[in-house]
Design a protein around this ligand. Sequence first.
Ligand code: SF4
Length: 388
Amino acid sequence: MTASTLDPYALSRDGLADLVAELGEPTYRARQIHAWLVRGVDDPAEMTDLPTGLRERLSERFAPSRPELIGHTVADDGHTHKLLLRFPDGEAIETVLMLYPRRATVCISTQAGCAMGCPFCATGQAGFRRQLTAGEVVRQVVVADAALRSGVIDDQALPAGAPDHVTNVVYMGMGEPLANLPATLASVRWLHDPDGFDLSARGITVSTVGLVPGIRKLEQLGLPVTLAVSLHASTDELRDHLVPINRTHPLAELEATMRDYRRTTNRRVSIEWCLIGDVNDDDEQADRLGAIAARLRAHVNVIPMNPTPGVTWKEPTQARMRAFIERVRRRGAEATLRDTRGRDADAACGQLLASYTLGGGTRLPAAVGAADRVDALQLGDPPRGAGA
Ligand code: SF4
């Protein structure tokens, strides 16, 4: 892409209006172009309601960063589709489409790889390679939406009764969305645009490991987007290692920020908890988690750890999972065991890409060796930090 060319999906509505003004066209042309983009059409030659001259000039200005589908894994009887998408520069990311009776949720990536280095996560082991642009984030949803509208994905028919459009978007794929704030905020605005893609703000969930400044910015967006915080540990002692960014933004600061977000947006915050056997599934962690969630009136989603290449940790037994959730509830919090969509086809979080390319990217210095440090922790010792 040269300085004068643009990926059309990276343009906001205002950006599109500026472009058509620069080309000497009336403002309503921006609406027409935007409507094509919403339908998944980015080639001006196919924008048949535009004059030929404008289509030609747009072709000179647009340099679409069109992803190529290079991997497709189907699981859960056709209700989960994990897509490996490669952008023109060769960078690959994954996007997951999950179908429910009245809901079609797309789980999207915001970075190629991730620098956060959570030691239980396949993407974290791969390291960070580059930020995605707003257009590359939006495109993942548009690709899934076009598939739903056509009823076919990669030549495979979608199950009968699947919704015909995307209803929910979760920023829970590869990368930390709030470490790529410009693309995350711009894509939320693009997807929510009532005159465009028109996705309800309540249908959008942004997940984070706890980047406090990013949560504050999301709060200022003025949209009731759901915030999901991946807590995974309820003491600073353990969280410093399981989620290395905790060393910069410890639990007390994070909890205060979550409380402010709920007050400002009037949206219940979610807490995500990847449950790892003999690491964060003990009674003390459950009690402290339950207390934090009760104070925040947050909902806790417990997710059994996915098997991850190169990581020896595993999910706890079914009995231990039930006991953990019961203990969290006893503290007055709502907690549920989340389904692990896609497990039966090597399609759990981070794994399709992990088998494609593992390692090579950069990670937070604090993340290096984190797994070994967790294994070395005396988990029964009194915690040092805030927590409950
Ligand atoms: S869990 Fe999320 S933030 Fe942590 S390494 Fe994986 S992708 Fe990054």
